[in-house]
Design a protein around this ligand. Structure first.
Ligand SMILES: Cc1ncc(COP(=O)(O)O)c(C=O)c1O
Length: 367
């Protein structure tokens, strides 16, 4: 079946080719080269954050954040069960234990009310992923972390450009991570960024991502990693950043067309809390039942419309199953009924309306 409307395709219409060609012609193709520093500086500036350091993907950015913050075996890290698996796996990489919280119906984000119930003497940090572009409830989260002396890592892989109380996500916690995978709002193919306002933390991140290198060439005074981004990826990133406002405006435009078309249909579209700007990484819906969700996907693919089911909650996967850690009714419900729709910024308004009409047809036929 031909796919006419994929869930995502990156928008690479700016200086991407020119800057990549520059890398190749100048032979600066590895992790040294001018685009790395430019991308990091411009990224921090875009967010109004202190510092940024690039890495090879978002998962590595999470791993590095936990290493830098010294999260280790014996520590517990609170994370929503309804997230992409990388937010959870990174906790396991450093030998710590993920402790899950449920999600909230209103925003689909982590249930801040559930956090207090999960804090123990071993809790060291909270990872707050802003899922599908909507910010978590940051005021409450920051306060909970402050009162309980917990570290806060924002997982902004899906939320660049989203704002809470008019402030960019990624600037509320101790550290924040971003992903530039091909389907992300801005992409470098594979890539990630670690952001913080702390100079000591960014210096530690730069050292650990670069093999634990000391000030002396080839002298490594601790076990480090090669987590570096290439100059070619950074070149694409610089070109993408030049167009980030245009890309996000395009995403917000298609989201508003979807939202209007779904009004009074019984299908819930991505929420947006009053004090938030949702950058709508994924235009998403909740349908009344899990069975309908799967049948709807089959119906849509016949018209060339690709969709994606929501993430399965992490607590349901075999690595993370635990009898004491299994009651997450909201996450289970959202996960089984949710669908990501074509969400790329080049989608035209009439194409969005066609996609919605196909969805509504399915429900009329199955009444
Ligand atoms: C919430 C979240 N965290 C982390 C990641 C990991 O990013 P990457 O795929 O670049 O490793 C993703 C990527 O899809 C994500 O959606």
């Amino acid at each position: 079946m031909e796919i006419n409307f994929p869930v995502y395709k990156p928008s690479l219409k700016g200086n991407e080719l020119k800057y990549v060609t520059d890398c190749i012609e100048s032979t600066w193709i590895s992790s040294k080269g001018k685009y790395i520093a430019d991308f990091e500086a411009q990224f921090a500036q875009y967010l109004n954050a202190g510092y940024a350091t690039s890495v090879c993907n978002g998962t590595v950015a999470l791993h590095l954040a936990l290493l830098v913050l010294d999260v280790k075996p014996g520590d517990e890290v609170i994370v929503p069960t309804f997230t992409y698996i990388a937010s959870v796996n990174a906790i396991t990489y450093v030998g710590a234990t993920p402790v899950f919280v449920d999600s909230m119906d209103q925003t689909w984000q982590m249930d801040v009310g559930d956090i207090a119930r999960k804090i123990t003497s071993k809790t060291k940090a909270v990872i707050a992923p802003h899922i599908y572009g909507h910010p978590c409830e940051m005021d409450t989260l920051v306060e909970i972390c402050r009162l309980n002396q917990l570290l806060l890592i924002e997982d902004c892989a899906e939320a660049i450009g989203s704002k809470y109380n008019n402030k960019h996500v990624g600037t509320f916690g101790d550290m924040a991570v971003f992903s530039f995978f091909g389907n992300k709002t801005i992409t470098t193919g594979e890539g990630g960024m670690l952001v913080t306002n702390s100079k000591p933390l960014i210096e530690r991140a730069r050292k650990l991502k670069n093999q634990g290198l000391s000030d002396l060439q080839y002298w490594h005074d601790e076990v480090g990693y090669n987590f570096r981004m290439t100059n070619i990826c950074a070149a694409i990133g610089v070109a993408q950043l030049e167009r980030i406002d245009e890309i996000i405006t395009g995403k917000i435009r298609i989201a508003s067309v979807y939202k209007k078309a779904f009004e009074n249909t019984g299908i819930a579209f991505n929420p947006q809390a009053d004090n938030c700007i949702n950058s709508y990484w994924m235009c998403s819906i909740l349908v009344p039942s899990a069975l309908q969700r799967d049948e709807l996907r089959e119906h849509l693919i016949l018209s060339g419309i690709e969709t994606r089911p929501f993430f399965y909650p992490a607590h349901s996967m075999k690595m993370y199953q635990h009898p004491l850690n299994s009651h997450f009714p909201v996450a289970n419900s959202i996960s089984s009924r949710g669908l990501n729709l074509p969400s790329y910024p080049d989608l035209r308004d009439e194409e969005v309306r066609f996609i919605v009409s196909q969805i509504l047809n399915f429900f009329i036929q199955n009444e």
